[in-house]
Design a protein around this ligand. Structure first.
Ligand SMILES: C[S@@+](CC[C@H](N)C(=O)[O-])C[C@H]1O[C@@H](n2cnc3c(N)ncnc32)[C@H](O)[C@@H]1O
Length: 217
């Protein structure tokens, strides 16, 4: 099995997500996502009632209930995603819950600009699916207020020999499902750009949450 990764173009990725929008929950099982992973990741952001938070690549909205709970009715949750299929499901969730303070936008994350400075930005299982992730990260930092929190939560290869052994299977699986490039190490991109960088691993290092705060000035 191949261990090379060739980036896909944005339109191909968007169309893939339109097609798999109904499969996100089965993929969570297939990829052994820890049950409390989303809740834990959102807790690590350190949101307070009234905060403004953006999820980049919010998909079908699986993190939105935790984000909405954390900021409360006085806060604001923004979600951006370029897949209409994914976003339609998130929109349905917002309508069902009558969340008037959750605003979803269909756009490429590199082009999105939140309407106000943000207290926090989270990449929810999305960083590795974006070939232009460095540009999206720069844009995310730009939208944050100084001292605001940037969090990346995702799956990764486990450390050591285990990671090397599963790499070919991981590449095959990603190419056939969510198109997340397992060679990308987002925590190495984030760490030099923020203050107070921290990283926490789950399930033998196959999931992680990393975070830091935007520097002043
Ligand atoms: C694996 S899904 C994760 C969805 C959701 N955050 C979750 O945790 O279930 C990745 C999401 O990122 C979105 N995405 C990928 N590239 C994007 C881009 N360039 N701009 C906006 N959204 C993008 C996809 O459409 C998809 O919904």
């Amino acid at each position: 099995m191949a261990i090379q990764w060739a980036d896909y173009d944005l339109d191909y990725i968007r169309r893939r997500y339109d097609r798999i929008a109904g499969l996100i929950v089965p993929f969570e099982w297939l990829l052994f996502m820890p049950t409390a992973f989303r809740r834990t990741a959102v807790a690590r952001i350190g949101l307070r009632p009234g905060d403004r938070v953006l999820e980049i690549g919010c998909g079908t909205g699986r993190n939105l209930p935790f984000l909405r709970d954390a900021v409360g009715a006085a806060g604001r949750v923004y979600g951006v995603d370029f897949s209409s299929g994914m976003l339609a499901r998130a929109g349905e969730l917002v309508r069902r819950n009558d969340w008037s303070n959750v605003e979803l936008t269909q756009a490429d994350a590199a082009d999105y600009r939140a309407p106000e400075p943000l207290d926090a930005v989270m990449f929810g299982l999305s960083y590795n699916t974006m070939p232009h992730h460095r540009a999206v990260l720069a844009r995310a930092l730009d939208m944050l207020r100084p001292g605001g929190s940037l969090v990346i939560m995702d799956a990764k290869l486990p450390p050591g020999i285990g990671g090397k052994l599963v790499l070919p299977f991981s590449i095959w699986l990603m190419k056939h499902t969510v198109l997340g490039n397992p060679h990308i190490r987002p925590w190495e991109h984030l760490a030099p750009l923020v203050d107070g960088f921290e990283m926490e691993e789950f399930l033998f290092g196959s999931y992680y949450v990393c975070r830091g705060t935007k520097r002043a000035g």
